[in-house]
Design a protein around this ligand. Structure first.
Ligand SMILES: [Zn+2]
Length: 697
């Protein structure tokens, strides 16, 4: 990034009070010379890598993907076998890495996430020690390789959770690399609070296979180790996965089950068919009917083999249990057919990509054809003895899928959404494509379980459909998801402004000057509230604030367009910023810099209200913080006038720290002044938003 330092400017300026277009209020102009020192936000600069991506048409100034946008993809064929008694997993994977980047690669990057649990691996918090991943075989393009320092030649080398593989032949654009890897490991009970097992009877198997790292247009290899806190950044890939578990154990996974007749009993198949068209609960199996031959098929030699297939997903996870109750129902969403973004992107190109942006505004909005509705299976796996609130989980899952599909205007694209109760594995929730694991929520309110469900299912949109870099820019997926969770809570738990509740917690931290910037890697926050506020509460509150600034219609179009244009692609923060600016038809750098790059505090206040003997008054609005934000001022007078006056951001950007509003004599005396009547400005001190003081909330 360019110059993001706090810039203080000293200006000698002339303040011209703007015209107040109220019928009973005359306009007054007044001049005064004053010395003002205030912060002015710097313009958002692009990194050299983003500039290069613009020049080459990989990205665009409009915020839409560029006409030559590229990303690599990977095909995985995995066979795995889990022994639930020992938590030992053995697997083989064939990886086909399609290298579409304009670069030659001497080596490739693979994630071995389970090395988080290896003795001596770097990590940001204490973890179960399991020994990590043991690679028993690795071949590249059919050539067997061994572990060795890579400067000595082809081979592979492991450093914490990262493995570099150097094949015998360098990878050139258009090549496909084939890797064959055999590995084994013991799954932890609690893998960074995101995966693991409970009592050897419930497994949530995630971050479990050697996974290709991302090579992208902005960073090259994203060689970011998994340290436990910052989450993930993945390419989209296709998976064929065969999973062996003992007979009686059900498996659900990302993707489609290919052989239901081989693994499920006739009753289970019938119940699944019923759930696929039902609006209400269908019990597939309860704890009492869990045995082999009842829920699952008999299997061969005591084992069942489940085959799954998933296309264009960011990750592949699975769950297995021999005790959980299995509830199901279905959600109904609009059946959308999206234009193929690749073939259409050229048609959608505007003519004025790199100059003044005027033509770029005309970029047509990407919209789907809607052909009726379609149903999404909702599964819920849970234990009745430990998680009674989960009796309603099938409904929570259904509600969240339906609400989010509608609000984002992007229907949930997959065939099922599965919730897994994971007591002992996790307290909150964790998201994966088509699946979430959440705590038991013992002794908590039903709304708590709904809220976490709405959140985790919200992640199906970002980062699962819109593939952001969760490690570098956690605010992109967590902020958008916390916002969507809040929006959905407004519908399901009305009577409270849930957005304001979340914003208040952020503003307390902001007022205490304990914030850390959003534009920071998720592994590098200081202990304390910094990470949580910057990743969840603040960016969610900023979505609401920006909606208030842009107006609901433009904001919603920008939000929905961002999701549609970046579906199954990998946007950066600058694509996000540019998309919103396209629909705001305005430069919003003041907003991004004040709130995303900086931790500036915003505090508007009603200053003096000076009544005039002949009636009317001068109302002074002060900007006591550094962060720039437009102000909305509501004034009521003794003659029954009730006005809202807007102070545009340009007034503050010109270096001013106060603004005077002249109320005309005909309006009578000022009875009450209120700043931000909507309540969505990120203002740290609302007490000073009212006159007379103390007349506020
Ligand atoms: Zn989240």
């Amino acid at each position: 990034m360019g110059q993001m330092d706090r810039k203080l400017v000293t200006l000698v300026f002339t303040l011209v009070v703007s015209l107040w277009a109220g019928c009973a209020v005359g306009a007054a102009a007044q001049q005064q010379d004053e010395v003002v020192v205030r912060a002015i936000p710097a313009a958002v600069g692009y990194s050299p890598e983003f500039d290069r991506a613009l020049q080459r048409g990989w990205r665009s100034e409009t915020g839409a993907p560029g006409h030559s946008y590229w990303q690599n993809s990977t095909g995985y064929e995995i066979e795995a076998r889990l022994d639930p008694e020992t938590a030992k997993l053995e697997g083989t994977v064939q990886i086909l890495y399609a290298h579409d980047a304009p670069a030659n690669l001497n080596s490739v990057l693979i994630h071995l996430h389970q090395n988080l649990h290896r003795e001596g691996s770097p990590r940001s918090s204490e973890q179960d020690i399991t020994g990590g991943v043991t690679i028993t075989r690795l071949a590249a393009d059919g050539e067997e390789l061994s572990e060795r320092p890579l400067e000595e030649g082809p081979g592979w080398e492991v450093d914490g959770t990262l493995m570099q593989v150097r094949p015998t032949i360098r990878l050139e654009p258009g090549d496909t690399l084939q890797l064959d890897i055999d590995w084994e490991m013991v799954l932890p009970q609690r893998g960074a609070g995101r995966m693991g097992h409970s009592n050897n009877e419930v497994y949530l198997v995630a971050y479990w296979f050697p996974k290709m790292g991302v090579f992208d247009d902005l960073s090259g290899w994203a060689a970011q180790p998994y340290l436990g806190n910052a989450e993930f950044y993945d390419d989209f890939g296709n998976y064929k996965v065969s999973i062996s578990v003992p007979t009686g154990w059900t498996v659900m996974a990302t993707g489609e089950l290919q052989n239901p007749e081989e693994v499920f009993s006739a009753i289970t198949l019938d119940q699944l068919e019923a759930a696929a068209v039902s609006d209400t609960l269908v019990v597939i199996a309860d704890a009492a009917s869990r045995g082999a031959g009842t829920v699952t098929a008999e299997g061969t030699d005591g084992w069942l083999n489940y085959h799954f297939s998933a296309e264009n997903v960011r990750d592949f996870v699975w769950t297995t249990s021999n005790v959980q109750r299995w509830d199901a129902t279905s959600a109904e969403v609009a059946n959308q057919i999206w234009p193929d973004a690749d073939t259409d992107s050229d048609d959608r190109e505007s003519d004025d990509r790199e100059s003044d942006g005027a033509e770029d505004q005309a970029l047509p909005i990407i919209e789907p054809v809607v052909d009726g509705t379609r149903r999404v299976l909702i599964h819920s796996f849970w234990r009745e003895d430990v998680a009674p609130l989960w009796a309603e989980q099938w409904r929570h899952g259904q509600q969240a899928i339906e609400f989010h599909s509608e609000y984002t205007a992007y229907s949930y694209p997959w065939s099922h959404m599965t919730s897994v109760e994971g007591r002992d594995i996790i307290e909150g929730g964790m998201e994966f494509p088509m699946m979430t694991v959440m705590g038991a929520y013992e002794g908590q309110d039903a709304s708590d379980l709904y809220n976490v469900t709405a959140h985790e299912i919200g992640h199906m949109w970002i980062p699962m459909i819109v593939g952001t870099d969760e490690k570098r820019h956690a605010w992109m997926d967590e902020g958008a998801t916390t916002f969507l969770e809040g929006q959905s809570k407004m519908e399901h738990w009305p009577g409270v402004d849930h957005h304001r509740v979340g914003a208040r917690s952020y503003l307390q931290v902001s007022a205490a000057r304990q914030e850390q910037a959003l534009m920071r890697h998720g592994d590098y926050y200081e202990p304390g509230p910094g990470y949580g506020v910057a990743s969840y509460l603040k960016p969610a509150a900023l979505m609401v604030a920006l909606r208030d600034v842009m107006g609901e219609e433009d904001w919603l179009t920008a939000y929905r367009t961002f999701i549609a244009e970046w579906s199954f692609k990998k946007p950066s923060p600058w694509d996000f910023f540019n998309t919103f600016e396209r629909f705001a038809e305005d430069d919003l750098d003041w907003f991004w810099t004040s709130f995303y790059y900086e931790t500036w505090v915003m505090d508007h206040a009603v200053g003096r209200v000076v009544s005039k003997p002949t009636g009317g008054a001068t109302v002074t609005i002060e900007d006591r913080g550094d962060a720039i934000f437009p102000a909305r001022v509501r004034i009521r007078t003794s003659n029954g006038m009730d006005f809202v006056h807007e102070i545009p951001v340009y007034h503050w950007l010109a270096g001013n720290d106060h603004y005077e509003i002249e109320v005309a004599p005909a309006a009578g005396s000022v009875m009450r002044v209120e700043l931000d009547p909507g309540g969505y400005a990120p203002d740290v001190d609302r007490q000073n938003n009212f006159w007379p003081r103390g007349s506020g909330e």
